[in-house]
Design a binder for this molecule. Structure first.
Ligand code: 1CP
Length: 352
């Protein structure tokens, strides 16, 4: 495995791809989770024209524009496809709605019987507009910029599918996992297959790397974490690599904390996302040193700006800069973030 991970990217590859191939670059590349979205006036304007949120995700012209907005404004090193993790349940046949101000709502799959409402396999034709967005965004980006595709981790997506919505503790999915582990395993297996097909389609359409967002597994006890987060993500990476050899993969097990070492030992990703609350030095020693870390500026320091933001950026650069590093936040950009603070963060990294 180490051999494959060390295969070097060419010198004119995007910086993000080089770092994911094991190079430590200075200054390191920088992009931000949720870098497109409501904190940008140009997004809010375009969002009004689009109708619903899913209409925007499935409109290649508008979704390409939203993908590129933060690159134009801030000259970040990577664009992330504008889409959502919940297009996968949607393309598996589940009803998904985005209600203004309330977040996503799905018809919950609360028992195994309700799985019969799902399709046997993901309907990639339904997601054709997403792959068209990848093609268009890649064509419009400079070669030096990376385009990142993504999906949710099987566990995180399952929590929305079973619970019908987000929620702090994700109790409905965790209950199903305890009461009927065979049913929950069936759902997770379906999501491994569906997510692999979705990531491979994005890579074939031109994505330079893909990120797997596991937003909710950090709450799980170790035994549950390794069964429902680590093992399925490891399998997902292997499936993607089998069909898209050399694919660059970032895994973000948000809040894994002390579970990161086991996770990184089992998951053959090229980079690992670190959440705001994690100790940076502990994270560095948990992950084999040629593999990249990505993170972990506090999104609330980004809201605060000024000297607090500078310090937060410097802490990440000092703790992680000697090894392959991608500067990012520890979670997504918040809606109340002043766009000038993002410009300041990028400037601080570039001046390092
Ligand atoms: O305009 C709007 O009202 C919609 C807000 C919005 C946006 C901008 C949603 C609804 N999704 C998105 C885009 C999105 N979602 C991206 C685009 C690329 C970028 O980063 O700029 C990405 C990568 C996601 C990923 C996503 N969706 C995650 C994983 C990351 C995370 O934040 O933890 C999750 C959990 C979702 C579900 C989701 N979709 C939207 C919301 C508000 C949520 C979270 C709901 C909750 O808190 O449970």
């Amino acid at each position: 495995m180490a051999e494959r991970l060390r295969s070097k990217a060419s010198a004119d590859a995007p910086k993000l791809v080089r770092v994911l191939s094991g190079e430590a670059l200075w200054p390191p590349p920088v992009w931000l989770m949720r870098q497109a979205g409501r904190y940008l006036p140009e997004y809010r304007e375009l969002r009004e024209q689009a109708g619903g949120f899913l209409d925007l995700c499935y409109n290649p012209e508008l979704a390409t524009e939203v993908t590129l907005q933060p690159i134009r404004r801030f000259d970040l090193d990577a664009a992330i496809l504008f889409s959502d993790i919940l297009v996968v349940p949607h393309a598996l046949g589940q009803d998904v709605r985005f209600v203004q101000g309330e977040g996503p709502q799905l018809d919950p799959l609360s028992t195994r019987d309700s799985f019969s409402r799902l399709k046997d396999a993901i309907d990639l034709d339904m997601l054709a507009p997403v792959y068209e967005t990848v093609r268009r965004a890649r064509a419009e980006l400079a070669r030096s910029k990376a385009l990142i595709g993504f999906c949710g981790a099987p566990y995180t997506v399952a929590t929305y599918m079973v619970g019908g919505r987000g929620g702090e503790e994700q109790a409905p999915a965790r209950l199903m996992a305890y009461r009927d582990p065979d049913a929950f395993a069936d759902l997770i297996d379906r999501l491994v297959e569906a997510s692999a097909a979705h990531l491979v389609a994005q890579l074939k359409a031109g994505a330079d790397a893909v990120q797997i967002f596991d937003s909710w597994s950090g709450d799980l006890p170790s035994r549950e974490f390794s069964r429902w987060s680590t093992a399925p993500i490891a399998k997902l990476c292997e499936k993607v690599r089998a069909e898209a050899p050399g694919a660059k993969i970032i895994a973000f097990p948000r809040g894994a904390g002390a579970k990161l070492a086991d996770f990184a030992g089992a998951v053959p990703a090229d980079g690992f996302g670190i959440a705001t609350s994690e100790d940076l030095h502990a994270a560095r020693s948990a992950v084999y040193s040629c593999r990249a870390l990505q993170g972990a500026v506090d999104p609330i320091a980004l809201v605060a700006g000024g000297a607090a933001l500078d310090r937060a950026v410097d802490d990440v650069l000092e703790a992680l800069g000697r090894n392959p590093l991608i500067v990012n936040l520890g979670h997504g950009v918040r809606q109340e973030t002043p766009p000038e603070h993002v410009a300041r963060l990028v400037e601080r990294v570039r001046a390092a």
